[in-house]
Design a binder for this molecule. Structure first.
Ligand code: DNO
Length: 389
């Protein structure tokens, strides 16, 4: 048995965490995207080649493209979505021609992942990402003032949200706004309050079934291209894995995974197994999901969260929190045995530790926190692989 391929996300030449840092952390693979290309445009062969050269010159390999963002118009099947799908197909081909065969994407409406606090301090002085329902509800009901927002939350959360909101200074309101709408890397798009409201309005007639069908139709088009080019598509789960802002969510549970994989049946149609996102729901039994859908796991994000019963969670250490990491990693290593290639994993996010606390890095993507996460996970893999030695 071998370890999984150890990778780290890199946000490109402007990332304060360098390729050399990542190599020193012990990763051999890079997960990245051409973040500078606007959503919907083709990633040309040249642009891919140039980025790949930088990675290889640093002694690393470009293992996964994360993400090739799906344009909002494709999710809504509106405007020139057909042209945008053609662009997506071309990007798949171009990546494959440069040897990049795994593509991570998501189908979350408007926003990618969401947190309400980027610097939640833990008792030991480290900082981490946090998601609080009262903050989300405060933003939704009292800052955005979305029509009907109050119906989205139980009374006790609304009550907490109101008290929380009343306690915020003007600066804190601004901070919450930008944390939710404009601060997390990867989505490539930030919104002002007005833009966000407009974007929400565009989803008024899109319910869960419609969004599910839009994904299905998108996959109908891109899977044949993935198959022809030996590319493995890996949809990322919703983060958090439940509806927010009244928007439909279609990749949050084991049932969603089952539907997505069966409606477009192909070995190239797969998932990013993200323990941090899925693990926020108690009903997502992570080891069971690997057992059932392992053949379609093309990429792994390992991270843990500590959740409560109200939907709040913070990002715990990689071997702490609610994710049964030992069982998960053991199952993944077994899964890998049945394949002839290594499964790429990355320590998803990291806390801000030591030097991280004094520098500005992409939220969730500091150097030392992820180095620690990767080291712990590597140790865990090593232990499991040598259990009977
Ligand atoms: C957050 C990430 C997400 C992820 C996308 C995949 O840290 O896991 O931004 O990359 O949802 O498309």
């Amino acid at each position: 048995m071998k370890t999984m391929e150890q990778t780290m996300r890199w946000y490109g030449p402007n990332d304060p965490v360098t390729l050399s840092d990542i190599r020193q952390a012990g990763a051999t693979g890079i997960v990245t995207a051409l973040h500078e290309i606007p959503n919907g445009e083709v990633w040309t062969k040249d642009a891919i080649k140039n980025r790949k050269r930088l990675i290889e010159e640093a002694g690393l390999r470009w293992s996964v493209a994360e993400s090739v963002p799906v344009h909002e118009l494709i999710k809504r099947r509106s405007g020139n979505f057909q042209e945008l799908i053609e662009n997506y197909k071309l990007t798949i081909k171009n990546l494959a021609s440069e040897g990049i065969h795994i593509i991570c994407y998501n189908f979350m409406p408007i926003l990618d992942w969401i947190r309400t606090e980027l610097d939640y301090e833990l008792p030991n002085g480290a900082k981490t990402l946090n998601f609080e329902m009262r903050a989300l509800a405060a933003f939704d009901c009292f800052i955005l003032k979305r029509e009907g927002a109050k119906k989205s939350y139980p009374a006790h959360i609304l009550e907490k949200a109101e008290i929380y909101y009343q306690g915020l200074t003007t600066e804190e309101v601004e901070k919450l706004k930008s944390t939710i709408l404009d601060n997390l890397p990867g989505a490539e798009i930030g919104y002002s309050l007005e833009e966000f409201q407009d974007a929400l309005n565009n989803y008024q007639n899109i319910d869960t079934l419609t969004l599910e069908n839009n994904l299905h139709l998108f996959l109908n088009e891109i899977i044949p291209v993935a198959e022809e080019n030996n590319v493995f598509l890996a949809i990322h789960p919703d983060d958090p894995p439940y509806p927010i802002f009244g928007l439909p969510r279609i990749m949050s549970t084991a049932t969603d995974i089952k539907r997505i994989l069966s409606e477009n049946s192909s070995p190239n149609n797969g998932i990013t197994f993200c323990t941090g996102s899925l693990g926020v729901r108690e009903d997502n039994k992570l080891v069971q999901i690997i057992k059932e859908y392992g053949d379609h796991i093309h990429f792994v994000h390992l991270r843990s969260t500590k959740r409560d019963k109200e939907g709040n969670f913070y990002e715990a250490g990689h071997l702490e929190g609610d994710v049964p990491m030992y069982g998960v990693v053991k199952e993944l290593l077994q899964l890998q045995e049945s394949r002839n290639k290594q499964l790429p994993m990355r320590p998803d996010h990291g806390q801000q530790l030591l030097h991280d606390l004094t520098v500005k890095t992409n939220p969730g993507y500091s150097g030392i926190g992820r180095l620690k996460g990767l080291a712990e996970l590597r140790g865990l893999m090593h232990g499991i692989l040598n259990e009977n030695a």
